[in-house]
Design a protein around this ligand. Structure first.
Ligand code: ATP
Ligand code: ZN
Length: 283
């Protein structure tokens, strides 16, 4: 049985559960419990505060967990990153009152910075040879300058609207973060096996999200050129159309350069292009 800790409530909770469910794990009872067991996979979920998860993993009360990279880095526990999960994307940034002009990173010297991430901020400042005060607070960091508690803050930013409404502006990005699957480096063999099995499924879910199934009609003389653009997993499937000299071509196309590829395909004479989501993708 592999014990995985996820956030009890907050920004990571829903996506963490969704990922596990998309990976085929079913849970009979909800998150009201402290823990729940998957009904079809040897996994037990623990619902915890995200800040506590790295410690629980170090203590091996949990074997693995899902947290923001920012939390993992701040806590400096015995954890290793197994997989970046591509959600809860944000950055940890330094912000100062909007009314002040920013004279570059050296102007932070001697300032007082309020943050919930003292370790990360300390590392950032010392990397840039800057001495500044760090004022650790656990929440509502963005109001600190307004009430005279600090000159600057370092906090999570996604759109910047919270900063704006508190009269602050972002001046330095300290780190970028996303949700990560972490685990103790000392997993016993049996648990490692379960984790690898889960990891394989997570990878299948992720590649499916990044790819689409594509069907199109094309003149036979364009097949080669089109195959070069969308080679698919091994090679495209090609079926003759009733109409002479034409084929139907099925393949897989990556999300990243999707529109450029579509333009190319059209220029080669592709018609009737259908693009369909893929649920799982196993290479
Ligand atoms: P807890 O009560 O469990 O301690 P919390 O208040 O510390 O929760 P949340 O606000 O739920 O944490 O954020 C959890 C994680 O989600 C953060 O550590 C960060 O990695 C990420 N995150 C935070 N804010 C955002 C945002 N605005 N956009 C995207 N990701 C975010
Ligand atoms: Zn937290």
């Amino acid at each position: 049985m592999l014990r995985i800790a996820i956030q009890k409530s907050g920004r990571l909770q829903e996506e963490s559960l969704k990922l596990l469910k998309e990976s085929g794990l079913a849970f009979s009872n909800g998150k009201e419990q402290l823990k729940t067991q998957a009904t079809n996979f040897p996994v037990e979920l623990l619902f915890l505060r995200d800040d506590d998860i790295p410690q629980y993993i170090e203590d091996q009360v949990a074997d693995a967990g899902i947290v923001g990279e920012n939390v993992m880095l701040e806590k400096q526990k015995k954890n290793e990153v197994i997989k970046r999960l591509d959600f809860a994307k944000c950055r940890l940034s330094i912000a100062i009152p909007r009314s002040e002009t920013y004279g570059g990173i050296s102007s932070l010297a001697g300032k007082n910075i309020a943050t919930s991430y003292p370790t990360i901020v300390k590392q950032f400042l010392s990397k840039h040879n800057i001495e500044a005060g760090i004022h650790e607070i656990s929440g509502s960091v963005e109001i600190a300058p307004g009430i005279g508690l600090a000159d600057a803050i370092c906090d999570i930013v996604s759109t910047g609207s919270t900063l704006l409404s508190n009269g602050l502006k972002e001046v330095e990005v300290v780190m970028k973060s996303e949700a990560v699957l972490i685990a103790t480096p000392d997993l016993e063999a049996e648990k490692k096996k379960i984790l690898n099995k889960l990891l394989f499924r997570i990878q299948s879910v992720q590649s499916a999200k990044n790819n689409k199934y594509i069907l199109l009609n094309c003149p036979n003389e364009a097949i080669e050129k089109i195959t070069n653009v969308i080679p698919g997993m091994k090679s495209p499937t090609i079926m003759p159309l009733e109409r002479k000299g034409w084929s139907s071509l099925h393949s897989v196309v990556n999300e990243n350069d999707f529109w450029e590829k579509i333009d190319q395909l059209k220029s080669f004479g592709a018609e009737g292009i259908l693009v369909i989501p893929i649920e799982k993708m196993i290479a």
